[in-house]
Write a protein that binds this ligand. Sequence first.
Ligand code: FAD
Ligand code: 2HG
Ligand code: ZN
Length: 524
Amino acid sequence: MQVASCRWLGATCVRNLARVSSGSVFHCSDGSRCYAHTSPVTNFPKCELTSKRYPVTRGQFSQITGDDINFFVNLLGSHRTITDAAELEGPNTDWLGIVRGSSATLLKPKTTEEVSAILSYCNKRKLAVCPQGGNTGLVGGSVPVFDEIIISTALMNEVESVDTLSGVVTCQSGCVLEALDNHVSQFGLMVPLDLGSKGSCHIGGNVSTNAGGLRLLRYGNLHGSVLGVEAVLASGEIVNCLSVMKKDNTGYDLKHLFIGSEGALGLITKVAINCPSRPQAVNLAFFGLQTFEDVLSIYKDVKSKLGEILSSCEFIDASSLECVEKNLKLKSPISAHPFYMLIETSGSNSTHDEEKLNTFMEEALESGKVTDGTIATEPSRMQNLWNIRERISESLVIEGYVHKYDISLPLPHFYKMVEDMRQHLGTAVIRCCGYGHIGDGNLHLNITSKEFDQELMSRIEPTIFEWTAKVNGSISAEHGIGFKKRNFIHYSKSHSAIALMRQLKSLMDPNGILNPYKVLPDNK
Ligand code: FAD
Ligand code: 2HG
Ligand code: ZN
């Protein structure tokens, strides 16, 4: 068993020395699962500062002074006003270890009122801030670019109410997704969102990024599941849109402005989510396929034959599977294939659902579209299969620098993008692989190289975005725009849409203190 000091909080981790027991899952010294932090890299080399690697200029914000620190200490106490450089290393660095800020202050409010007081003060002083949840974001949105004050929701983790009749759960934004899901499971409910990062990401981070994940196909995105949001504007004003009603057409539905706005329009403090009943029967199939045409054909069959119980339809190519096998020593349950699919069903009758999935697999094997496959019904076997899919991101980080693209594409173009990029880049890279939520047309294209290389980057970008725009895809399907994609947003949004976004930003945050350098392109 590997022993490591907690990367996020260093030696001062409140839960003490965290031990890495399996991949990114940390167990605290008391043996319990540590929800405070997960990371694939334990002894990561310090990456270059974002402000050095990228052409970005610090905005006209004030510099933090001793008086400012005194204000925060008076408000939160010294234990929730972190200024220790070692403790700030984790929160300054993103999960991928490729963007790094130089913030000297991390604040940990516990209540909406504290967030309001912090923002009101920062706005008057023109101090820039960076809201941070679980810091699992993959587009450089969750960490400062320069010295922005980090406002963490880590201590805002109270579940306020669970309405077992309607299924509506109201909680603070710092609840860790997996902990929240465990909490509602005792009432027979589930959070309608599941991500590989569930052990660390916060529900507020999920809402702020409009995270998609493994079950969007079944439950839709958060613009549908989130019924209410409470957020604090840059001015410190608290905007209460915390409806718990499924239907509420009273004027503009302002909560949608906060869902997916990546901390640039307000800091989300509370959310109300509609949680469906937890399915009683879950089955999972893992298929091997020879061609991408077969993948598309199986997807079509899955929708028509398993439609009412289908809860996930995921795709993995051979290179992604090889990466997880090689770097994390996970084992595929079937023989080697060019393509793989994971198909999950969730329903209320295990015999019926299992029979349906078995018949589906038999027919798929007979037709020759699937050439090897297995079905898991026990939770531990299903988890092993899900690990193969969910831990691909983690296995990629081990190879060095990861160029990560999260793209929506019309399905006929889905894998052509990977093949074209592979050919375009040749031996300049370690790996160019594709996997993702094929049921939602969402490709995760990842390119690894030993280290960051500007020349390689210029060969990938903007080619990859041009390719996407040409087929009317989206350059960000679910991870958001953050810092890294902001100057490419025009490949997916019109000039008029970007202009309206700028107007909204200046209305809601006139001094631009909320997560600057993110989402909107540089003003040129
Ligand atoms: P952070 O990373 O801390 O922040 C993300 C953004 O939201 C930042 O811009 C931040 O400023 C802002 N923010 C955070 N909290 C607040 C708040 N309370 N108010 C306002 N703004 C806030 N994403 C998917 O969509 N689907 C996936 O399947 C998926 N799988 C992943 C698997 C792994 C292994 C990893 C590492 C990441 C994955 N992600 C996925 C990306 C990431 O987990 C999600 O974007 C997640 O929603 C981020 O939540 P977080 O709490 O970590 O937010
Ligand atoms: C997933 O679906 C996540 O696993 C992460 O969205 C994707 O790391 C990635 O490219
Ligand atoms: Zn994803």
